[in-house]
Design a protein around this ligand. Structure first.
Ligand SMILES: [Mg+2]
Length: 389
């Protein structure tokens, strides 16, 4: 399929833009929205474009931001307000197609295939969405239009703020040629450093390598790189109600029997699952785990809850109990997996009288940071155990 039917829509400097809208005195000024508190130990959630000129960016420690931009206006994040505005924006997006995949509070993929008769082609739809968001919320959104998710996301980022960029099939090669390798999905700092050893800095530096060579050197990540560096990506846009379960599993380089180490992995995976549930505003009422031993025998167990959950702590505790109660840790593990199914939208779960509000709030803050930072840099204390070995 080479039709331009995928859109990636992303609000511009969302939190600080909302603050600037709420208080006209903040317009055209460097506004920096911090995490829960604005202590010098916190990090920047969003910097307005005016603040970015000073070198301030997301995930930067507040203390550093204050050095770079002492005259900046520093505000604590108001998540309730941003969530409300986000609801208004998603209501607009969902008018144009039922296929909206929420990536975060201010970002989504849309598949507009089949919606053209109602609203015009994908570029016209993007123009209409931009105009409607501006009119109804007084905020700007950047949209990328292309033939797949990967290219649409690159396109939305290309001309921020208030951008509308189209990458057609004939433009792909030129667009990819000079793209920095770390803009490719799955290429983080560590992988980028490995690639730099081979003088691979741009997407086009991948082109001379065969699929087999990349697979041999980098495994699955190499295969992904082969296709993405050519702008090939065939993942579908998935709306919330198409997601049946959210899970994560890891195969270890060496079998692990140390329980503390396994629990640390389990916690890290619970955070990933929780992050994806939060991103889609969903919760799950069934927790499941999967283990595989060195002889490849594989077992899974599940537990259903009265009330759906999505906090990492709850998912972790249930999964840990499943492992212990079923004596699944008596032999070294080759693989460990965790997941949540039986999903429902947030707000549609039964009221949980015993839920701890703090847990949810903490997860929300961590989610915000992860969106900006990527998974590997932010985690709660338990994960440090993994980083130290
Ligand atoms: Mg954004």
């Amino acid at each position: 399929m080479s039709k331009l039917h995928i859109l990636h829509a992303d609000m511009d400097a969302f939190f600080s833009a909302v603050e600037q809208r709420e208080n006209p005195e903040l317009q055209k000024k460097p506004v920096i929205v911090g995490g829960v508190s604005l202590s010098n130990r916190g990090v920047v959630s969003t910097a307005s474009y005016e603040a970015r000129k000073f070198g301030v960016h997301s995930a930067m420690p507040i203390a550093k931001a204050k050095k770079l931009c002492p005259a900046g206006i520093y505000l604590p994040a108001r998540h309730g307000l941003y969530k409300k505005v986000s609801g208004e924006i998603f209501a607009i997006l969902k008018k144009y197609t039922p296929l909206v995949e929420k990536l975060s509070i201010d970002e989504a993929f849309l598949d507009v295939k089949g919606c053209e008769r109602l609203y015009g082609d994908s570029i016209e739809i993007a123009e209409k969405i931009k105009a409607e968001v501006k009119q109804k919320t007084d905020l700007t959104i950047s949209i990328g239009v292309s033939i797949n998710k990967f290219l649409a996301k690159l396109a939305s980022d290309y001309d921020k703020p208030d951008g509308l960029t189209v990458i057609r099939k004939k433009d792909i090669k030129e667009f990819m040629r000079n793209l920095d390798i770390d803009k490719i999905w799955g290429v983080g700092d560590v992988f980028a450093a490995k690639l730099a050893e081979k003088k691979i800095y741009k997407a086009s530096d991948i082109w001379p390598y065969s699929l087999e060579e990349l697979k041999k050197s980098y495994g699955k990540a190499g295969v992904k790189l082969f296709f993405l560096s050519r702008g090939i990506d065939n993942r579908d846009v998935k709306s919330q109600n198409e997601i049946k379960s959210v899970s994560h599993e890891e195969t270890f380089a060496e079998n692990i029997s140390d329980r503390d180490k396994l629990f640390a992995y389990l916690f890290k995976m619970s955070e990933k699952v929780s992050f994806r549930l939060h991103s889609n505003s969903i919760k799950g009422a069934t927790i499941f785990i999967k283990v595989r031993y060195s002889d490849f025998s594989t077992y899974s167990r599940q537990q259903s809850l009265k009330v759906a959950v999505n906090s990492s702590e709850e998912i972790y505790q249930r999964a840990k109990n499943l492992l212990i109660q079923n004596n699944l840790l008596d032999k070294p593990l080759r693989l460990l997996g965790i997941g949540v199914s039986n999903l429902c939208l947030e707000g549609q779960e039964q009221l949980n009288l015993f839920a701890e509000a703090n847990e949810d709030q903490l997860d929300q803050t961590i989610d915000e940071l992860k969106r900006k930072y990527g998974f590997n840099k932010i985690s709660r204390a338990r994960k440090l155990y993994l980083n130290n070995d």
